[in-house]
Design a protein around this ligand. Structure first.
Ligand code: ARG
Length: 476
C-alpha cells in the first residue's frame, strides 16, 4: 500500500513494522468524522482563496460520494491503508486525481486525528449524557411509586434505621445526576477545534481557524497549536467520569445482587435480565448485574492506561498517542452497553414490599427512635441510648422486637415508657418523623422530587444544544 510519506525513504518498511504502526483496524471508526472534518477544511481553504471554488466543489462532492459508498456497502474501507486518514485521501485522489491532492494543504494528520477523535468523542459524550437522563427518569419513576415502601437502611451492612425505597433510590439519583453534570462540563471544556494547528506549529497558509471551528460546531479554535495536537486531557477527564459512572453502577448492582438473593428477597429481577444454571435447575442468576459490576474494571483500566501513556510525552505529537483510541473506544462502548442493560433491568425489576418492611421491622432499625422517644420525655440522650441498648439485649434473648414487648416489660427498663411508644417506633412514624432536608420523611422527599422533576424537564444536553439553550446559559 502506498503511504502518504514515501518521498524521503529509499528502503521499504518492514512488513511487521508496517502492521505494528497501522491503526486502521480501530481508527476506521472515525471515518465519518474524517470526512466531516475534510469537508470543513475544503470549505475554509476556498473561502481563503487557497483553492478555487470549483476545486472545493469537486472535493466536497467526491468526499460525500465516498461517505455514501462506504455507508451503503459499495466500497469497503481498505485495511491495507495505514490509517483512516490515508484511506480517505487515497480514495479521494483515486476519484479526482490532482484536485484530491490539494486537500491536505495546511493540514497534518496530527491536527486531523486530533479533530476526528474530538468530533467522535463529543458525539459519544452526548449519547452517554442522554442515557444517564433515561436512567434518571426510571429512578425517579420508582421513587414516586415508593414513598411509603419501608425498608431498612444499612451501615456496615447492618440494619441501621428505617428508610424508604424512594429515599434509597434518591441517593442514586444524586450520583447519576452528578455523573451527568460532569459530562456536560467535559463537553464544554473540550469543545475547541484543533484543526489548523498543523503538525504542531500552525501553517504558512492563511487559514481561517475561526471559520472551520464554527463550521464544525465548536465554540472556537484551540488556542495553542502545540497543545492542540497533543492534548488528550479531555479523554482522560472523560475516562475518569466514565469510571465514576461505572463505580456508581457497580455499587447499585452489588445492592441488587444482595436484594435479589434468597436471603434478602427484596426484589425479583425480571426473567429478561437473569439467566439459569446448566446444572442447578432452581437457579436464577443476576448475571447482568454481575457483569456490569465486573466490567467496571476495564473502564478503570482505560483511565490508568491513558494516564500512563501520556505521562512522559514531550511536546508535541508522539505516536504513543495513537494508543488513546482502543482503550477510549472500549470504555465508551462498555459504559453505553452497561447503561442500556442496567436501565432495562431496573425498569422491569419487581419489589417485594412485604419483605422489605418485614426486614425493617426485625433487626431493631427503630432503636434510635426508641431512644429519641425517651430523650423527648426528658431522659438525657446518652442515658436513653443505654436504656434502649439494654432493651435490645433483652429482646435478643427473648427472640422478639421492641414493639412486641408489653408495656410492663418496657417500663421495667424505664418508667418514661407510655402507651404511645408503640406508635412512636412504628416504621411509618420512624420515617415520617425524619423531616430534615434530605431525610426520608414525606415533606423532605416531596421537595426533593419536585427538584428532580424540574431538573429532568430541562432536557438532555443534546436537546439543549440543538435549541441553542446551552449558549444562552453560558452567556448568562
Ligand atoms: N494514527 C495516528 C494517530 O492515531 C494518526 C496521526 C499520525 N501522525 C503522524 N505523524 N504519524 O495518532
Amino acid at each position: 500500500m502506498a503511504q502518504l510519506w514515501g518521498g524521503r525513504f529509499t528502503g521499504e518498511t518492514a512488513a511487521a513494522a508496517y502492521e505494528f504502526n497501522a491503526s486502521i483496524g480501530f481508527d476506521r471508526r472515525l471515518f465519518h468524522q474524517d470526512i466531516q472534518g475534510s469537508i470543513a477544511h475544503a470549505r475554509m481553504l476556498a473561502a481563503r482563496g487557497i483553492i478555487e471554488p470549483e476545486e472545493r466543489d469537486v472535493m466536497i462532492r467526491a468526499l460525500g460520494e465516498i461517505l455514501e459508498d462506504v455507508d451503503r456497502g459499495r466500497l469497503s474501507i481498505d485495511e491495507s491503508c495505514e490509517d483512516i486518514h490515508s484511506f480517505v485521501e487515497a480514495e479521494l485522489v483515486n476519484r479526482i486525481q490532482d484536485t484530491g491532492k490539494k486537500l491536505h494543504t495546511g493540514r497534518s494528520r496530527n491536527d486531523q486525528v486530533a479533530l476526528d477523535m474530538r468530533l467522535y468523542t463529543r458525539e459519544r459524550v452526548l449519547e452517554t449524557e442522554g442515557q444517564l437522563a433515561e436512567l434518571l427518569s426510571v429512578i425517579l419513576g420508582a421513587m414516586e411509586e415508593n414513598l411509603e415502601t419501608y425498608m431498612p437502611g444499612f451501615t456496615h451492612l447492618q440494619k441501621a434505621q428505617p428508610v424508604t425505597l424512594a429515599h434509597h433510590y434518591g441517593a442514586y439519583f444524586e450520583m447519576f445526576r452528578r455523573d451527568r453534570l460532569r459530562l456536560g462540563d467535559i463537553y464544554r471544556r473540550m469543545n475547541y477545534c484543533p484543526l489548523g494547528a498543523g503538525a504542531l506549529a500552525g501553517t504558512t497558509f492563511p487559514l481561517d481557524r475561526e471559520y472551520t471551528a464554527s463550521l464544525l460546531g465548536f465554540d472556537g479554535p484551540a488556542v495553542n497549536s502545540m497543545d492542540a495536537v497533543s492534548d488528550r486531557d479531555y479523554l482522560i477527564e472523560l475516562l475518569a467520569a466514565l469510571s465514576t459512572v461505572m463505580m456508581h453502577l457497580s455499587r447499585f448492582c452489588e445492592e441488587i445482587i444482595l436484594w435479589n438473593s434468597n436471603e434478602y428477597q427484596f426484589v425479583e429481577i425480571d426473567d429478561a435480565y437473569a439467566t439459569g444454571s446448566s446444572i442447578m435447575p432452581q437457579k436464577k442468576n443476576p448475571d447482568i448485574a454481575e457483569l456490569v459490576r465486573g466490567k467496571t474494571g476495564r473502564v478503570y483500566g482505560a483511565l490508568v492506561s491513558l494516564l500512563t501513556t501520556m505521562k512522559g510525552l514531550p511536546l508535541a505529537y508522539n505516536k504513543d498517542m495513537q494508543e488513546d483510541k482502543e482503550v477510549a473506544f472500549d470504555a465508551m462502548d462498555t459504559v453505553g452497553d452497561c447503561l442500556a442493560l442496567f436501565t432495562g433491568m431496573l425498569r422491569t425489576m419487581k419489589f417485594r414490599k412485604d419483605r422489605m418492611a418485614a426486614s425493617a421491622r426485625n433487626g431493631f432499625a427503630n432503636a434510635t427512635d426508641a431512644a429519641d422517644y425517651l430523650a423527648a420525655k426528658g431522659v438525657p440522650f446518652r442515658d436513653a441510648h443505654a436504656v434502649v441498648g439494654r432493651l435490645v439485649l433483652y429482646c435478643i434473648e427473648k427472640g422478639t422486637s421492641i414493639d412486641e414487648l408489653s408495656l410492663e416489660e418496657l417500663q421495667g427498663l424505664s418508667d418514661k415508657f407510655e402507651a404511645d411508644i408503640y406508635e412512636a417506633v412504628s416504621l411509618k412514624a420512624c420515617v415520617e418523623k425524619r423531616l430534615t432536608l434530605g431525610a426520608p420523611g414525606p415533606e423532605a422527599m416531596k421537595q426533593a422530587l419536585a427538584g428532580y422533576r424540574a431538573y429532568l424537564a430541562e432536557g438532555t444536553l443534546a436537546e439543549r444544544i440543538a435549541e441553542g439553550q446551552e449558549e444562552a446559559d453560558r452567556e448568562r
